[in-house]
Design a binder for this molecule. Structure first.
Ligand code: PLP
Length: 448
């Protein structure tokens, strides 16, 4: 029988998942369309590979096992799976059609709504994916400034200008790789030293897990302005979560351009670019950024319904409150079990992450063990607590009770010095995401 969420569960039967995966291996290259959902992030032999249903904060895999989900589909699920208000908006629109031969009024309605809630939205552009709007922002920044160079910090999607500087840069000409540089988050002095008159744009996630130092984002805005460089906030994760108006609202700072996706439509594919009217104006003629499905109406309807619900229910506050219970609860348990030198939950409450210190041992092995034990207990765990509005108090209490059982197992494994011997499946792969300074070329170097 399929596993339910309960503390005495056995490891779930995943034979149906594995069967589908065998078929996938024969026909798909790669097997996953989103790396973070792929087999490298869920321990082979223990974790399911395919989900077929979600309701609220719970999901069901291909074998019928039920889990509490803390991945939020890697960000989009801000309200919950199959959330009634959003589903109803999609259903209503479906009756009238999906994609049309002229523009759709929902495009205007959405842009007006976004203008109300996003601080820098003098103008709004609608697109399909996070990479779409990141690349559109970089292109328009280059056109506006007449400069080529880009500074970045974090992950910004699969397009050439960004992915060219990572280790997965096959197929990208060197000339493109040479135009993007990284900087160290929170290090304003190194950014000041590196910025020069060739830098078109500086793009960053306003925060990932580390908080910005007081004044860092404001100072960044000042420094960019003084240098004639456009500041772009990548708010894929912060947008509509940390506050309805994202990090710009939360930290009271404006970027020249900001990009959003994920949480804004509760799972439907849509992305938003907001920014200064004088910059965005270039999209009317000079800068080309159009796509067939840009005005697809199911996603527009879902996005409007989602933003309204996020606002009406003050969802960011809910994510903060519920996320705090989980984060603080984890850290308390870690202390109670004498493990605070080994593991900690960090980040802003709406999206936190469990970390292991080097002292605890191999981080990937430890993460694998914790995932194995949490999955056994009905929590689809990948190291993160991506909170959504459907996470209930019971979900939180249950998850903490699972941690209460799992942390001593992890401690025992750490103390044994052989975490690997506790694993039933394969060790997870490192997440492909470099966020630190690995390619900065300060002024002195670029001029050399
Ligand atoms: C911060 C950030 N920027 C950009 C992207 C790219 O978005 P997409 O995968 O929708 O193209 C992601 C995706 O995870 C992201 O986390």
């Amino acid at each position: 029988m399929a596993n339910k969420i309960q503390l005495t569960n056995n490891y779930p039967i995943i034979s149906e998942s594995d069967k589908i995966y065998e078929r996938a291996l024969k026909v798909q290259k790669p097997v996953t369309q989103t790396l973070a959902k792929g087999p490298g992030q869920f321990t082979k032999g223990v974790a399911p590979k395919y989900l077929v249903k979600g309701k609220g904060s719970h999901v069901w895999d291909a074998d019928g096992n039920e889990f509490i989900d803390f991945n939020a589909a890697i960000g989009p699920v801000s309200l919950g799976y199959a959330y009634p208000v959003v589903n109803e908006a999609i259903r209503r629109q479906l009756e009238d059609g999906i994609t049309f031969s002229l523009m759709h009024p929902l495009e205007v309605e959405l842009a007006e709504l976004v203008q109300e809630v996003i601080p820098n939205a003098e103008a709004v552009k609608i697109a399909k994916t996070g990479a779409d709007v990141c690349s559109a922002a970089i292109r328009v920044a280059r056109a506006f400034t007449g400069r080529d160079k880009v500074f970045c910090c974090g992950y910004h999607g699969w397009h050439d200008w960004y992915i060219g500087i990572t280790s997965r840069n096959a197929g990208i000409p060197e000339a493109i790789q040479d135009m993007t540089y990284t900087f160290e988050y929170n290090d304003i002095e190194s950014i000041k030293a590196a910025l020069d008159e060739t830098v078109a744009a500086l793009i960053l996630e306003p925060f990932i897990f580390e908080a910005p130092k007081p004044g860092f984002l404001q100072e960044l805005a000042k420094v960019c302005k003084a240098n004639g460089t456009l500041l772009i906030f990548d708010e894929m994760w912060t947008g509509f979560r940390i506050a309805l108006g994202g990090a710009q609202e939360y930290f009271n700072v404006k970027a020249d351009l900001a990009v959003f996706s994920k949480a804004c439509a509760n799972g439907m594919p849509i992305a938003l670019l907001t920014g200064r009217a004088d910059v965005m104006e270039l999209f009317n003629n000079e800068v080309f950024s159009y796509t067939t499905f840009g005005g697809e109406a199911l996603s527009l309807a879902a996005c409007i319904a989602t933003i309204n619900e996020l606002r009406d229910e003050n969802v960011p506050q809910y994510l903060n409150d519920k996320g705090a219970l989980l984060k603080d609860g984890y850290n308390q348990l870690s202390k109670v079990f004498g493990m605070d030198q080994y593991t900690k939950c960090i980040g802003f409450n709406c999206r936190t992450m469990v970390t292991f210190t080097p002292q605890a041992g191999n981080g990937l092995e430890l993460k694998t063990l914790m995932q194995q034990e949490m999955i056994k207990r009905g929590v689809l765990w990948a190291g993160f607590h991506n909170m959504c509005y459907s996470h209930t108090s019971q979900d939180i209490a249950y998850t903490l009770s699972a941690y209460h059982e799992v942390l001593p197992i992890v401690k025992e494994a750490i103390l044994s010095g052989d975490v690997k011997s506790y694993l039933k499946g394969e060790v997870l792969e490192a997440v492909f995401r470099k966020v630190s300074n690995y390619n900065i070329k300060p002024k002195a170097v670029t001029e050399a």
